[in-house]
Design a protein around this ligand. Structure first.
Ligand code: FPP
Length: 250
C-alpha cells in the first residue's frame, strides 16, 4: 500500500506520539486574509468556515478525541452589526450543511458559552445537532460561541455560592474538581495543546481555567490558510515538548 504525502505525515505524527487527546484552537486572521485579497471580511470568514470543515475531518482521522474551536467570543458582539450578522449567518449555514456529515463522521457536537444571547433559531439548531450527535464517539467537537473565560468562571462561582447558600456544599471542602464540574466543560479533559493562528500571541479570554497546563503553539498562518499540513506541523511541535506539570524532569 502506498501512502500519499499527508498520510505519511499522519503516520509520522502518530509514530511521534504527537497526537494529543484535546486540541483547542483560536481561529484568527480571517479579516487579514480577506484584506490581503481586497475582499470583504465576510469572504475571510467564509473561507475560515471551509477550514473548520477540513480541520474537523483531519482531527477525526488523526484520532484526536476533543477539538475545541473558538467560534465567537463574548467580546465579538462589539463588532459592527453587519459583521456579527455575517458570522451568525455562517454559523446557521454550517449547522445546516454539516449536521449530517458530522453525524456520519461519528462527531459529537457540544457548544459552550452564553447560548442565550444567540438568536432563537440558532439555539434550536444547536440543540438539534447536539441531540442528533449525542451518542457519537469518534471526535467531540466543542464550539465556543458567545464564550468568555472570565464569564464562565463567574458563572461557576455563582452556582457554587447558590449550592453553599442552600446547604448543598461546604465552602471549606470545595475542591478544584468540584469547581471544574461547574464549568461549561464539565466532563471534558483540559486541552493538551492550544493553537492560535495569525501570529497573535494572546489567550483572549479563552478557556482561562482549562489552559492551566496546556502547551501553546502560535503559528503565523492565517486561519483560512490553515490546512492539514499546518495541523500536522503544530502536532509535531507539540510532540517535541516536554510536559512537566510543575514537576522536575526525570
Ligand atoms: C477571527 O478572525 C475569527 C473569528 C472572529 C471567528 C471565527 C469564525 C469562523 C472560522 C467562521 C465560521 C465558524 C464556525 C464555527 C462555523 P478575525 O476576523 O479576528 O481576523 P483579523 O484578526 O485578521 O481581523
Amino acid at each position: 500500500m502506498t501512502l500519499d504525502r499527508s498520510e505519511q505525515a499522519i503516520a509520522r505524527a502518530a509514530a511521534d506520539r504527537a497526537v494529543p487527546r484535546h486540541v483547542a484552537i483560536i481561529m484568527d486572521g480571517n479579516g487579514r486574509w480577506a484584506k490581503a485579497r481586497h475582499l470583504p471580511r465576510a469572504a475571510g470568514h467564509r473561507k475560515g468556515m471551509e477550514t473548520v470543515r477540513e480541520v474537523v475531518r483531519v482531527a477525526g482521522e488523526l484520532g484526536i478525541s476533543y477539538l475545541t474551536l473558538f467560534g465567537f467570543s463574548s467580546e465579538n458582539w462589539k463588532r459592527p452589526e453587519t459583521e456579527v450578522k455575517d458570522l451568525m449567518g455562517l454559523l446557521r449555514l454550517y449547522l445546516k450543511r454539516e449536521a449530517l456529515d458530522l453525524h456520519r463522521q461519528g462527531v459529537r457536537l457540544l457548544v459552550i458559552g452564553d447560548r442565550a444571547r444567540l438568536a432563537a433559531d440558532i439555539q434550536e439548531s444547536l440543540a438539534e445537532v447536539e441531540t442528533l450527535t449525542a451518542a457519537n464517539t469518534s471526535l467531540t467537537l466543542i464550539i465556543a460561541l458567545s464564550y468568555g473565560g472570565r464569564a464562565e468562571i463567574v458563572h461557576a462561582a455563582q452556582r457554587i455560592a447558590e449550592d453553599a447558600r442552600d446547604g448543598a456544599l461546604d465552602p471549606a471542602s470545595l475542591t478544584e474538581d468540584a469547581f471544574a464540574a461547574r464549568l461549561f466543560t464539565d466532563g471534558i479533559p483540559d486541552p493538551d495543546l492550544l493553537i492560535r493562528t495569525s501570529g497573535e500571541q494572546r489567550i483572549s479570554n479563552f478557556l482561562l481555567w482549562q489552559l492551566a497546563y496546556t502547551e501553546f503553539v502560535f503559528v503565523d498562518t492565517l486561519w483560512p490558510d490553515f490546512d492539514r499540513e499546518s495541523l500536522l506541523s503544530a502536532l509535531g511541535e507539540y510532540g517535541r515538548r516536554e510536559r512537566r506539570y510543575g514537576a522536575v524532569s526525570a
